[in-house]
Ligand binder design. Structure first.
Ligand SMILES: C[S@@+](CC[C@H](N)C(=O)[O-])C[C@H]1O[C@@H](n2cnc3c(N)ncnc32)[C@H](O)[C@@H]1O
Length: 397
């Protein structure tokens, strides 16, 4: 069932609009991030086995640990700079942060002690949850972690790495459709159906010139006859705003983005005529964002080409792109799988379960097919030329 308070707030926003409609991006933003009733505001327990969907860190700590190995190597490549800032954006339940910090504390204490770990998290509910889970890294004895907003971070100040896992797919997207040879935007309005108020879609003119600029940047000709009538998809303008924020704060170092998505040609393949929007509720997915409002996640795949092209505009260099499966294998996941059979005292059921979760992280039909994009700013050619271990297996395009 939808959250009636959230529906009322969305309906009020629609009513307050002169044209009695809001863009799909505004609808998605309210559904996920309304400050009182949004999906990500009202409870942090929605990710994981008992929630609606699980991300890599919910399977096992190995994901965060292998990322920690990669960050340690970045620190080496940047000449063991002090401090090294590790900025995690959209930290969910704080699992990755806990796994990274715990691992570094044990394995690389010198790196751990100079680390300045910053979380940037939009949802206050998630922030509270993270603060509880990560309390051991915020006390006076081991103060390695803090929370910031972008406004609190000085321009050109970050030396280190900014990273995210499944953040960009959670940003609100605009939706468009090709309607009888014209590009139209999808808006959300209210309609009375069988005596009940429902959110329904209406088509209108494109709400912002940034959408046309986006297609021009990607050299995508949607009206040239290649796309069928009724073709619909998404445009993630919020990802561009986010990239700009990151690039402006980064002085010297890396941006690592892990998410599901495609390069532009696959993202906007004419055959993908219904786009990539998906909703998750109790580990089932479907494509109706107008049910279970506030109770289900809404996501869209990431267009990695757009991140690369817009990143360049904001001064980021594209260093490498690979798949999560290859990234983790290069960082030693194969060794971790092999070590299961020689781990003393591990009973067979636990061993099989561990093998299963490690395989899930690299499954080419699932998490293994996620994209991993590495960008940088302020590095010398020599520093860019140093190949990070996670990117040493050639990607499958
Ligand atoms: C799908 S969850 C992923 C959580 C975590 N990274 C993981 O892998 O489990 C997306 C997270 O990003 C947060 N988020 C969404 N938009 C954000 C933004 N603009 N800035 C920072 N955090 C954001 C959400 O509140 C949520 O914590």
């Amino acid at each position: 069932m939808s959250n009636p308070n959230l529906c009322e707030q969305i309906a009020r926003t629609i009513q307050a609009n002169e044209q009695k409609r809001i863009s799909f991006a505004d609808y998605m933003n309210l559904a996920l991030y309304h400050p009182e009733y949004g999906y990500y505001t009202t409870g942090a327990g929605k990710i994981g086995a008992g929630g609606d969907f699980a991300t890599s860190p919910h399977l096992c700590p190995d994901f965060g640990e292998m990322l920690a190995e990669q960050f340690w190597q970045m620190w080496q490549f940047l000449g063991c700079t002090v401090p090294f800032q590790l900025v995690e954006m959209g930290a969910g339940q704080g699992l990755i942060a806990g796994d990274i910090l715990g691992y570094l504390q044990q394995k690389y204490p010198d790196f751990f002690h100079i680390l300045d770990y910053i979380i940037i998290e939009k949802s206050p509910g998630m922030r509270r949850f993270q603060a509880q889970r990560l309390a051991r890294f915020t006390g006076d004895s081991a103060k390695r972690l803090r929370w910031c907003s972008w406004a609190e971070i000085e321009p050109e100040s970050i030396i280190g790495c900014c990273f995210s896992n499944e953040l960009v797919d959670a940003l609100p997207v605009h939706q468009f459709v090709i309607d009888r040879g014209q590009l139209k935007e999808i808006y959300v309005t209210i309609s009375e159906i069988h005596g009940e108020l429902k959110f329904v879609e209406v088509l209108g003119e494109i709400s912002t010139p940034k959408i046309a600029e986006y297609f021009a940047e990607l050299e995508l000709d949607l009206l040239g006859g290649k796309y069928p009538d009724g073709y619909r998809s998404e445009v993630n303008l919020a990802a561009n705003t986010w990239l700009k924020e990151v690039a402006q704060r980064l002085n010297r170092g890396y941006l690592l983005t892990i998410d599901y998505g495609y390069q532009c040609d696959r993202y906007y393949a004419p055959s993908r005529h219904q786009g990539t929007l998906q909703c998750y509720y109790q580990h089932r997915y479907h494509d109706d964002p107008y049910i279970l409002v506030g109770q289900q996640d809404i996501t869209a795949h990431v267009n990695f080409t757009a991140l690369e092209r817009y990143g360049k505009q904001w001064g980021l260099e594209n260093i490498a792109f690979t798949q999560q499966g290859l990234f983790l294998m290069a960082l030693g996941l194969g060794d971790r799988i092999a070590a299961i059979s020689t781990t003393p005292g591990l009973d067979i059921a636990t061993a099989l379960q561990r093998r299963e979760v490690l395989h899930q992280l690299i499954d080419p039909m699932g998490l293994g097919n996620f994209g991993v994009l590495l960008q940088s700013k302020g590095l010398t050619n020599e520093e860019i030329g140093q190949k990070l271990t996670g990117f040493t297996i050639p990607p499958m395009r």
